[in-house]
Design a protein around this ligand. Structure first.
Ligand code: ZN
Ligand code: ZN
Length: 129
């Protein structure tokens, strides 16, 4: 699987958080992280469900670079969603496989809170909303 942003091959890395070990795909070049649906489903099981408002924003292909899903075979264009409390945080997510791509700066921005719980909540919202 290659990085959707810089096309560098992603390396699989284990991440310890909240007494569980997650397998995430990390780009060593740009620092972006890919979460696939299975990994996010595991997050969902270990966190307290909590509603965080996130709104889906319209596709803004002129303003924001559109990325293609690194996981799906035909690499469909991913959609974007923004974090309500920090508008700099724009997540790319794939409607087809429900994977989520986080750029390095986005991860740092949500690390102020528990980023894993935040990502888990975002995932809940995206698939249920
Ligand atoms: Zn990259
Ligand atoms: Zn996909």
């Amino acid at each position: 699987m290659d990085c959707p942003r810089c096309k560098n091959p992603l390396s699989t890395t284990l991440h310890n958080e909240v007494n569980t070990v997650l397998e995430i795909d990390l780009c060593n070049n740009c620092g972006g992280i890919w979460f696939d649906k299975g990994e996010l489903a595991r997050i969902d099981k270990i966190i307290e469900p909590q509603f965080i408002e996130i709104r889906k924003i319209p596709r803004q292909r002129d303003q924001l670079e559109a990325l293609h899903c690194p996981s799906c075979e035909d690499h469909p264009m991913m959609d974007k969603a923004e974090h309500p409390r920090d508008r700099k945080v724009i997540l790319d997510y794939c409607e087809t496989c429900k994977g989520i791509w986080l750029d390095k700066g986005e991860l740092e921005a949500i690390q102020k809170e528990n980023w894993l719980i935040t990502v888990g909540n975002m995932f809940n919202w995206l698939i249920n909303g």
